[in-house]
Design a binder for this molecule. Structure first.
Ligand code: ADP
Ligand code: MG
Length: 252
């Protein structure tokens, strides 16, 4: 058995790929077997964000039955395993994704599925293929309206929305929709609030997930909280740990 979680949004550019890479990294730090799969066939970005460009076999080849799933797995220097989409915009249907995700090779893994924006055919196939669903949004009304449409489509497809992740949240910004408003509009709990964080840009430049780059960054701490929540484990942010160590040191 594996766990399949679609990372979906409605609106484009809100941070699905960032969430896929960093949540995978955070789950890895909790010693889980994780695979990040790029199902955004037309605008793939997961490999690029991680500085990985050479993929002789991709998800498209597996979808077209030209290769097996295990041939399309690549390992980032951090140890993170990814299944990339082709870097060329391909017009491949994702309708076989459900069968692929049921492959025995993926047993025992948590598979995070990075998705395209909107509700086109491929997105609907992803909704049908994944048992669980995490919805990424920014705190703006048009994006939340898209989340609401996505939730309706997801429920029709039989996927279970397990939570909303609010990305690029700015603490001092008053002109943004509140978490309470998002929850009451969507009727799905907000399970994480990722702040606007320069570490994210730095991580893309350095080609490594922010979670691996800086354990103290505000976004890393949030990603680890979400990961802990997903696997029902406890997580103590490093700030508190270092305080504990500091006081222990004073007592000695
Ligand atoms: P999507 O996959 O939904 O299209 P991406 O994950 O590619 O969106 O994110 C788009 C861009 O937004 C990233 O390249 C990054 O520059 C920026 N970004 C996303 N999340 C954050 C964040 N929490 N803080 C700062 N910049 C972010
Ligand atoms: Mg993306």
């Amino acid at each position: 058995m594996n766990r399949t979680i679609a990372i979906i949004s409605g609106k484009g550019g809100v941070g699905k790929t960032i969430v896929t890479a960093n949540l995978s990294a955070a789950l890895m730090q909790f010693k889980k077997n994780v695979i990040a799969l790029d199902a955004d066939i037309k605008m793939s970005g997961l490999g690029l964000q991680l500085g990985m460009y050479y993929f002789p076999v991709t998800l498209s080849d597996v979808l077209m039955q030209k290769a097996n799933i295990f041939e399309a797995v690549y390992i980032h220097p951090s140890g993170l395993r990814i299944i990339p989409a082709s870097l060329c915009a391909q017009d491949v249907r994702v309708s076989r994704l459900k069968d692929i995700l049921n492959d025995q090779f993926l047993d025992g893994n948590i598979v995070l599925v990075d998705s395209p924006p909107g509700l086109e055919k491929n997105t609907l196939s992803i909704l049908k293929a994944c048992k669980e669903l995490l919805i990424v949004t920014i705190p703006e009304i048009p994006a939340i309206a898209d989340v609401m449409k996505t939730i309706v489509a997801a429920k029709k497809a039989g996927a279970k929305p397990i939570g909303i992740i609010v990305n690029r949240y700015k603490r001092s910004e008053k002109n943004q929709i509140s978490v309470k408003e998002i929850e009451s509009a969507c009727n799905v709990p907000v399970i994480g609030i990722i702040p606007e964080d320069k570490t994210i840009q730095k991580s893309i430049f350095k080609r490594v997930p922010a979670v691996f780059l800086d354990q103290y960054s505000a976004s890393t701490i949030e990603f680890k909280k979400i990961a802990a929540n997903l696997i029902e484990e406890k997580y103590l942010p490093p700030k508190f740990l270092s305080f504990k160590r500091f006081f222990r040191g004073l007592k000695k």
